[in-house]
Design a protein around this ligand. Structure first.
Ligand code: ADP
Ligand code: MG
Length: 335
């Protein structure tokens, strides 16, 4: 296709799809090339599906490494499947591109397929179009879960322990350094940047804990805010022990107020926050070892509403930072 005003030949939408997004799918599926993809969910399983939009300048910085962006655009969706305990099956990719940079597209596809292959999540279709402004990425995932095992936000019980996977804070500090809101420190940025740009979706953990946990959520907008969604849906309250929170090791020695903000309110974490009865402690600790993903008990579910954070001496932390809300915030670089 010749773009009006351009002097060079660029690949058409169809060439782009054929070259970069038409890798084979499992034999029992119909992938790209038909009007619909076709795949089967096993009898007795429920289809779990979720979609996430990533916009340049809002969800990722212009110039982000396309290999990492391909990974992340699928990772944030797989993280949603992890949060209900579902096994990934297939995904769709919507791409809006201001221009066709073949190197960029091929790197993006590499990052996307590498993670898709790791999780057996076949790319079965999508849509590709020119965007007037910035890169737009829209990924939809499909997974399956036994209906009785699906973790719901509304299922927390009074007296449950609250657990969080992995560590907290790194993605937020990297993001704020890249946005110029915190002074850039090369070493710290190098240590935290992967958490922001290449998050690990906790799929295996989510599937394993589903039989033991009550409620779960993936932390995308900040621990307190996302835990707040569980509390609201379950009509309960929570107490968090600040000293128990698993802070990313690179943040040791960093400004404590910034660390507090990063771990309580920092987004883009993609760790799981879940609630489970105290009787499940041994099982959850065993699963953490078997999946090689740390699980930390950070507080408990109580009666009432809202979240209380207690500092190391037991005092209630006043003025706790809230998480990120796209419609309340100004500025376009914040994730
Ligand atoms: P339609 O006009 O039926 O929407 P398209 O011409 O948009 O079909 O796409 C042709 C085929 O390529 C479809 O099967 C579609 O799912 C697939 N496809 C388009 N874009 C992508 C993409 N970014 N990744 C994977 N498959 C894609
Ligand atoms: Mg189309």
């Amino acid at each position: 296709m010749i773009v009006p005003g351009a002097t060079t030949l660029v690949p058409s939408e169809f060439e782009l799809i054929t070259r970069f997004f038409s890798r084979p799918v499992p034999g029992d599926m119909v992938g790209a090339g038909d009007d619909c993809a076709l795949f089967t969910v096993k009898p007795g399983m429920q289809l779990a599906t979720s979609t996430d939009l990533l916009l340049e300048g809002r969800h990722f910085f212009s110039g982000t490494d396309p290999l990492r962006l391909g990974h992340k655009s699928l990772a944030v969706n797989l993280s949603d499947l992890a949060a209900v305990g579902a096994k990934p099956i297939a995904c769709l990719l919507g791409l809006g591109l201001p221009s066709i940079d073949e190197h960029w597209v091929s790197q993006f596809a590499e990052g996307f397929y590498a993670l898709a292959d790791e999780h057996g999540c076949a790319l079965v279709g999508g849509d590709t179009t020119r965007s007037e402004q910035g890169i737009t990425l829209s990924v939809t995932v499909f997974g399956e879960v036994l209906p009785e095992l699906a973790m719901r936000r509304s299922a927390a019980m009074c007296g449950d322990d609250i657990w969080v996977s992995g560590t907290l804070g790194a993605a937020d500090i990297a993001c704020r350094m890249l946005a110029g809101e915190l002074p850039a420190e090369a070493k710290l940025l190098a240590q935290t940047r992967l958490a922001l740009e290449r998050p690990t979706p906790r799929v295996a953990l989510g599937r394993r804990v589903a039989a033991h946990a009550h409620a779960a959520i993936d932390v995308s907008d900040g621990l307190l805010q996302d835990l707040g969604h569980i509390l609201q849906a379950s009509s309960l309250a929570a107490e968090i022990d600040e000293a128990a929170l698993p802070v990313h090791e690179a943040l040791r020695g960093y400004d404590p107020l910034q660390v507090r903000r990063a771990i309580l309110a920092g987004g883009d974490v993609y760790e799981l926050c879940l609630t489970a009865a105290p009787a499940q402690r041994d099982s959850l600790e065993r699963i953490a070892i078997e999946t090689a993903v740390p699980l930390t008990r950070i507080g408990r579910i109580t009666a009432g509403s809202g979240v209380i954070v207690r500092d190391a001496s037991g005092r209630i932390v006043s003025d706790i930072p809230r998480g990120f809300d796209h419609f309340r915030s100004s500025g376009d670089a914040r994730l």
